[in-house]
Design a protein around this ligand. Structure first.
Ligand code: CA
Length: 229
């Protein structure tokens, strides 16, 4: 079972998608417009997104690019535009696969299953213990040490956990909400809790919020550790 976010403005198609997907045992959430879809992805990342390209508020291709700016979630695009150039553009913009409307429920379920299989993370606990390298930062979860350009950072437990989490999600914007629930395991704390630790981390890494190198704040969305400063 996967959690699927369906971004589709047409109520009839939306209802049909919900029926097929729940029929295959998936948990389905919906958004009716592009911005709403982006908000949902940030608020609570689904396992996969089914994205209609013809949305009332934003061009579907732009929505796809914006999703790729904040997340690596697999995206299956549903398009009525059955043209090769369009499909190539979609795949280049980061779609994992596409469906040309009208498509059958069986085809949707099969494509969705294939994308999910390809993108399934290797959920090997050993992976979480493996050292992570992001630019000149290296983190060893077993030894609980972090080095920046070869110099060990003196971090508190929380600072280390925060940095290790951001490194494991390098190049993705992670919301403060998600950090609070996944690092602190206390989703109801104030966002400022994250900011306090973030600024300590920044200081120790020799960075300034206004001139970030690795640790970036994306206004209104969250925080991103970048691998190519
Ligand atoms: Ca539409």
């Amino acid at each position: 079972m996967a959690s699927v976010l369906v971004v589709e403005d047409d109520p009839v198609i939306r209802a049909a998608l919900i029926e097929v997907l729940t029929g295959h045992g998936h948990a389905v959430r919906t958004a009716h417009q592009g911005f709403e879809g982006l908000r949902e992805i940030t608020r609570s990342p689904p396992d996969i997104v089914v994205l209609d390209l013809g949305l009332p508020d934003l061009d579907g291709l732009d929505v796809l690019r914006m999703i790729r700016g904040i997340s690596r979630v697999p995206v299956l695009v549903a398009t009525a535009r059955d043209e090769e150039t369009e499909i190539i553009r979609l795949l280049n913009a980061g779609a994992d696969d596409y469906l040309v409307k009208p498509f059958s429920g069986g085809q949707l379920a099969a494509r969705l299953g294939a994308v999910l299989r390809r993108s399934a993370p290797a959920d090997d606990p050993a992976d979480r213990r493996r050292p992570v390298r992001v630019a000149d930062l290296s983190i060893d979860p077993t030894a609980r040490t972090a080095h920046l350009a070869g110099r060990e950072l003196a971090l508190t437990k929380r600072e280390f956990d925060l940095l290790a989490y951001l490194a494991a999600h390098a190049d993705q914007v992670v919301s403060r909400q998600r950090i609070l629930s996944e690092v602190w395991q206390q989703p109801y704390l104030e966002d400022q809790t994250v900011d306090v630790h973030l600024s300590a981390l920044r200081r120790k890494m020799g960075e300034k919020a206004r001139k970030p190198r690795l640790l970036h704040t994306v206004r209104g969305i969250g925080i991103k550790l970048v691998s190519a400063p």
